[in-house]
Design a protein around this ligand. Structure first.
Ligand SMILES: NC(=O)c1ccc[n+]([C@@H]2O[C@H](COP(=O)([O-])OP(=O)(O)OC[C@H]3O[C@@H](n4cnc5c(N)ncnc54)[C@H](O)[C@@H]3O)[C@@H](O)[C@H]2O)c1
Length: 272
């Protein structure tokens, strides 16, 4: 049975830990870390089988675990991902936006080869990554339109840079149009889907993103159109936000759980 260590004990980390604890994921959660120790304590209080709360993130991968699951932040990837691979542990990444920094991507790509370890990126809050990956070599254009309630976008760097108060948005407003690379820089905790789409398809400068704030919606909606030599793919996903963190869609959590379940189980693998 695989041993899992968890980096980040918020909305996603908690649901992953509970899926392991309930037996849905056939694995053992042995170590957890959160920069806010109270989050780690609250998480472990919900579990029947208590993991060890470690005092610093390096103790996750220096222990006898098979895979470290990151559900923390882009900074956590920038600061800790390389040492996790150097410690010869696999890594599942939720903060996919961190990989749009080419220097981070290249270092981690090389480390996977050198230490013979895998990085897993769950499909997250969108559908269709399987198809985008398959037609990658034949793609000509990919566009993503993400619509969220301003509350699900609040706190993003975009609002500070543009001096806009997210509470002042009273009607459906297009906030941003540009490349996925720029979108991830301005909305780092809100638009991991743009990063995943870029990494699977045309890259972050050729994947185009529109971000719309709609005060009347209670859903996180992603519409993707991809065209190329193999035809046209249109995907639309209407996600309900997770009650613990409205920036995170329920689908992203379920996708993480399913990805980890697959990694931890000898199984028939469905999909690309
Ligand atoms: N791939 C996807 O589709 C997708 C979807 C939703 C969220 N995400 C990303 O996944 C991550 C987790 O999301 P969440 O909803 O659980 O967030 P959350 O805010 O509910 O929880 C994050 C937890 O990580 C901790 N943390 C942050 N930085 C840390 C660090 N450097 N070291 C240790 N702990 C740290 C925080 O204290 C918090 O408890 C975020 O980066 C989010 O943007 C990805």
């Amino acid at each position: 049975m695989k041993k899992i260590a968890l980096l980040g004990c918020g909305a996603i980390g908690t649901q992953i830990a509970m899926a392991v604890d309930s037996g849905k994921i056939s694995a053992e959660l042995t170590h957890v870390y959160d920069s806010d120790e109270s989050k780690a304590e609250i998480l472990t209080s919900k579990l029947k089988k208590k993991p060890i709360i470690v005092a610093n993130p390096h103790l996750l991968s220096s222990n006898n675990v098979d895979i470290v699951v990151e559900a923390a932040s882009q900074d956590a990837i920038k600061n800790h991902a390389l040492s996790i691979l150097q410690n010869k542990k696999d890594l599942m990444i939720m903060s996919a936006g961190a990989l749009l920094d080419e220097s981070v991507f290249d270092i981690l790509f090389d480390a996977c080869k050198e230490f013979k370890k895998n990085i897993y990126l769950p499909s997250g809050a969108i559908a269709g990554i399987d198809a985008i990956k398959s037609v990658k070599g034949e793609l000509e254009s990919v566009t993503l339109t993400t619509t969220k309630n301003p509350k699900s976008l609040a706190g993003a760097k975009f609002f500070i840079e543009k001096k806009i108060d997210s509470n002042s948005i009273k009607e459906k407003t297009t906030l941003f149009e540009g490349s996925a690379k720029e979108a991830v820089g301005l909305f780092p905790a809100n638009i991991n889907v743009a990063a995943l789409l870029s990494l699977a398809g045309l890259g972050s400068t050729r994947t185009m993103v529109r971000i719309v704030a709609d005060p009347l919606t209670d859903k996180n909606t992603h519409q993707i159109t991809a065209t190329g030599k193999s035809g046209k793919i249109t995907i639309s996903v209407e996600n309900l936000p997770d009650p613990a963190n409205p920036k995170t869609s329920r689908l992203a959590i379920l996708s993480a759980i399913e990805c980890l379940r697959t990694i931890c189980t000898d199984d028939i693998i469905i999909g690309t």
